[in-house]
Write a protein that binds this ligand. Structure first.
Ligand code: GLN
Length: 320
């Protein structure tokens, strides 16, 4: 278990938390012009770059929200956390990590570079190649059944049975996702994945298109903060052995080729997605969901990173 040194925000009541997140939004907003929504998936380019939101789900006080908290966005790479949890539940740690590594790359999230090795084994499950392998391992008799199992787990972790996905974003990525196709065929030729590549990709693209808002991902973060137990029901949702791997890979690889700097500046297990969301975990304290579709060059939300930097610096949230 990570240290339970609690931040002053934990002891504080909702008024203090609310004030802190309002300050964080005010701090972050002027930076939004430095980024732009992703456009390599055409549907994502329609996002409003001025949207900005933060939601904190504490283990004791429930939710505090500020900004566009109920604005829906697609999960994108945040889905990689859930896919990993389900694949490990299906096959165990050893079988999954036979096919995917645990090392950060320092390369962009969709890089093909390192697949040009003898094994074609992707470096970690938080980059596209790794997540495609992980998705291909999910049990189910069809791509659709595998997608439904992933969606069910997402719903349980977010405590929201109504979650669905965006057909428009899914189609948009399916029509343009040739880089992910290239990664997948490279890995099939290397024997890392088998079966119908298009079916694996359909499941991967659909799950990336799952629609959430900031409150959903804050609740997901709270389960990961609470050692895998639901803060509401006390149910164990992620076994501790798996949770430790997930949280450490979020630290080392969750923000792509910004993960090292982010660990130094913010110091929280986090996962971002090109839909503009970031989920962050303050162990034993809270989950934080941030959203801002204006992205930096590495695919991380500009406003989201600034909000997390502000909260971590001013309220001592870093785990390090
Ligand atoms: N669906 C996106 C892709 O595969 C996810 C990438 C991301 O969020 N970084 O390119």
């Amino acid at each position: 278990m990570l240290s339970a040194k609690k931040s002053p925000l934990f002891a504080a009541g909702t008024d203090t938390i609310q004030k802190a997140i309002e300050e964080a939004i005010a701090y972050a907003r002027p930076f939004l012009g430095q980024g732009a929504p992703a456009d390599y998936i055409p549907e994502l380019a329609k996002a409003n770059p001025d949207h900005l939101a933060v939601c904190v789900a504490t283990l004791e006080h429930g939710l505090c929200c500020c900004g566009d908290c109920h604005q829906k966005f697609t999960l994108q790479s945040i889905s990689k956390v859930i896919s990993l949890i389900l694949a490990v539940e299906d096959h165990g740690v050893d079988a999954v990590f036979e096919k995917v590594g645990m090392e950060p790359t320092g390369d962009p999230f969709n890089s093909i570079l390192r697949l040009e090795s003898a094994s074609s084994k992707p470096s970690n499950p938080m980059i596209n190649a790794g997540a495609i392998v992980v998705t291909s391992m999910i049990k189910g008799s069809s791509g659709e059944e595998r997608f439904q199992r992933l969606l069910d787990l997402l719903r349980r972790l977010c405590g929201n049975d109504a979650l669905g996905y965006s057909e428009e974003t899914f189609r948009s990525e399916q029509n343009t996702g040739d880089k992910n196709r290239a990664l997948s065929y490279m890995m099939r030729s290397g024997g890392i994945i088998s079966g119908d590549v298009e079916e694996h990709l359909e499941c991967y693209f659909k799950f990336c298109s799952a629609l959430v808002d900031c409150t959903d991902i804050a609740r997901l973060g709270a389960v990961l903060a609470n050692d895998g137990y639901s803060p509401q029901t006390g149910e164990c949702m992620v076994p501790l052995e798996v949770l430790k791997i997930v949280r450490s890979l979020m630290v080392t690889c969750g923000m792509y080729d910004f993960s090292g700097e982010f660990a130094a500046l913010v110091g929280l297990p986090s996962k971002s997605g090109v839909g503009g969301g970031i989920v962050s975990v303050v162990p034993n304290t809270m989950g934080i969901g941030v959203f801002g579709p204006a992205l930096d060059g590495r695919g991380n939300s500009v406003g989201g990173v600034k909000i997390l930097e502000y909260l971590s610096r001013n309220y001592g949230l870093s785990i390090f």
